[in-house]
Ligand binder design. Structure first.
Ligand code: MN
Length: 237
C-alpha cells in the first residue's frame, strides 16, 4: 500500500521559547481538581480523592497569543490556568522518583471549559468531551525546557481577565505534584514522548466573555497573553 486516501492532517505542535524548533504533540491529559481550594469551590472533598484524568485532542492545544476563538454552544466559558508538563520520555508504571526524568519542559496553559455543558454532563453522568475537548480548548504558552526552568516545585500560578486578578495559587498547593501525577497517570496508559499534561487549576475559575483580555503565568516558568475572539453568530444556545 502506498500513500494516503486524503491529505494527512498537519501534526499538532507547540512553540518552544527562544527556538525555531517545535514540540510535537501526541496526547493531552488533564488532571481534575488538583488544588484543594479549587476542589472545594467545585463541591468536592479534596482530601479523599485520588487524581482523575480527562483528555483533549492534541490539536485543541493552540498558541496562547493573539486571538483565541470563542467557542460555539456555550454561555458560560470558564478559564482554568494550569502548569503544563511536556514529556520527552514515557513508560508504564513509572516510579515517582523517576517521573521527572521523563519531562522535557514546562508551559502555562488554560483548560478552557464550557462550564454549562460540564454541569449538564455531571448531572446526567455523560462524558466531558464536549465541555473540555472542543476546538482551541487548550491555549498554551511556548514551552520552556526543563534545562532552563528546572523542575518547579513552587511558584505563583495566576490569571488576570481585563487586568483584574481572578486566579492565584501556588504550585506547592498541588494535591498531586507533577512527579506523582505522572506516576499515577502511567498506571492507566503507557506514556509516550509528545504527551502533555495539564496539571489542574487553582481556585478562582470564572467566566470569559468575547473580547476579554486574558493574561496568566507561573512564576519561574513563563507568562502568556491573549484576547478572546467574538462569539460565533447564531451558535450559542
Ligand atoms: Mn482543569
Amino acid at each position: 500500500m502506498t500513500g494516503f486516501v486524503i491529505t494527512p492532517p498537519a501534526a499538532p505542535a507547540l512553540a518552544v521559547a527562544g527556538s525555531d524548533q517545535t514540540f510535537p504533540l501526541r496526547r493531552v491529559f488533564c488532571v481534575g481538581r488538583n488544588y484543594a481550594a479549587h476542589a472545594r469551590e467545585m463541591g468536592a472533598d479534596p482530601d479523599r480523592e485520588p487524581p482523575f484524568f480527562f483528555t483533549k485532542p492534541a490539536d485543541a492545544v493552540v498558541s496562547a497569543s493573539g486571538t483565541v476563538p470563542y467557542p460555539s454552544s456555550t454561555q458560560d466559558l470558564h478559564h482554568e490556568v494550569e502548569l503544563v508538563v511536556a514529556l520527552k520520555g514515557g513508560g508504564a508504571n513509572v516510579a515517582p522518583e523517576q517521573a521527572l526524568d521523563l519531562v522535557w519542559g514546562y508551559g502555562v496553559g488554560v483548560d478552557l471549559t464550557r462550564r454549562d455543558l460540564q454541569e449538564v454532563a455531571k448531572k446526567t453522568g455523560r462524558p466531558w468531551d464536549m465541555s473540555k475537548g472542543f476546538d482551541a480548548s487548550g491555549p498554551c504558552s511556548p514551552l520552556q525546557p526543563a534545562s532552563a526552568t528546572g523542575h518547579p516545585q513552587e511558584g505563583r500560578v495566576w490569571l488576570e481577565v481585563n487586568g483584574q486578578l481572578k486566579q492565584e495559587g501556588n504550585l506547592n498547593e498541588m494535591i498531586w505534584p507533577v512527579a506523582d501525577t505522572i506516576a499515577y497517570l502511567s498506571r492507566f496508559v503507557t506514556l509516550q514522548p509528545g504527551d502533555v499534561i495539564f496539571t489542574g487549576t487553582p481556585s478562582g475559575v470564572g467566566k470569559l466573555d468575547p473580547g476579554d483580555q486574558v493574561r496568566g503565568g507561573v512564576d519561574g516558568v513563563t507568562t502568556f497573553e491573549f484576547t478572546m475572539g467574538q462569539a460565533p453568530s447564531g451558535s450559542n444556545a
